[in-house]
Ligand binder design. Structure first.
Ligand SMILES: Nc1ncnc2c1ncn2[C@@H]1O[C@H](COP(=O)(O)OP(=O)(O)O)[C@@H](O)[C@H]1O
Ligand SMILES: [Mg+2]
Length: 228
């Protein structure tokens, strides 16, 4: 099954009197359970594309279907539901909550979903174990290395059991060894949780972890996928 289907997606950003065409007709389908990378230089449209798939931003024209539902046909409540229940987002800069400790950061999305404290903690306990940070449960993000912070972000993205995890340049703020271990962890979680992963990068060194690679340039998919 195709968990994502994108047809002739265009996104224009108004900038003063002009328009910046960030995406100029993207066609893309992603199969359920895939582990896929979108690679392209800075400014090519990676963040725009991930934000639209993640319902953080919206297309100017074209079709975007996520989990079999056409995004443009949904109302605000349905969009919020997809964003909270179906999608996990991992950001380049981790975006952890500084005043919460590690376990509280991981369980935070479940509390937003009004899950009970006991259920949230049970699920967060499982994820903290899977990302190898059990002994850091009571630490604040400021007490962690970049790689450890990104592990927390991965656990937080997965704690709601989303269908899709989107990661926007998740290794960009990490050294290459740490970056490789983060990609390995994401790949392991992809296999363990059967979650579809899409990550963007401008770093060709991390591509060996992808099962499928899509190149983007100047707002267009440049080359059809090659086997990794
Ligand atoms: N909010 C915005 N307003 C105006 N232009 C934007 C905005 N966001 C992105 N852009 C432009 O859209 C293009 C694609 O940006 P982006 O998706 O961030 O690329 P990437 O993530 O590959 O670096 C760039 O030319 C960028 O300057
Ligand atoms: Mg970007």
């Amino acid at each position: 099954m195709n968990i994502i289907e994108i047809k002739d997606l265009k996104k224009d950003y108004p900038l003063g009197d002009t328009i910046v065409p960030a995406l100029r007709g993207v066609d893309l389908t992603v199969e359920e359970g895939d582990f896929m990378s979108i690679i392209g230089p800075s400014g090519s449209g990676k963040t725009t594309l991930l934000n639209i798939i993640g319902c953080i931003d919206f297309a100017t024209s074209g079709g975007v279907s996520v989990g079999g539902r056409e995004i443009t046909a949904l109302n605000d409540r349905q969009i919020t539901d997809i964003r909270l229940n179906k999608i996990g987002f991992i950001f380049q800069t981790f975006n952890l909550i500084p005043v919460l400790d590690v376990i509280e950061n991981i369980e935070f999305p479940l509390l937003l979903m009004k899950k009970s404290a006991a259920e949230a903690r049970r699920r967060a306990d499982k994820l903290i174990e899977e990302v190898g940070l059990k002994e850091y449960a009571a630490h604040r993000p400021s007490e962690l290395s970049g790689g450890q912070r990104q592990r927390v972000a991965i656990a937080r993205a997965l704690v709601t059991n989303p269908d899709i995890v989107l990661a926007d340049e998740p290794t960009a703020n990490l050294d290459s060894v740490t970056g490789a271990s983060i990609l390995e962890l994401m790949r392991r979680m992809n296999e363990l949780e059967k979650t579809t992963f899409i990550f963007s990068t401008h770093d060709a060194n991390v591509l060996k972890y992808a099962r499928r690679i899509v190149k983007i340039k100047d707002g267009l998919i440049e080359k059809e996928p090659v086997a990794a």
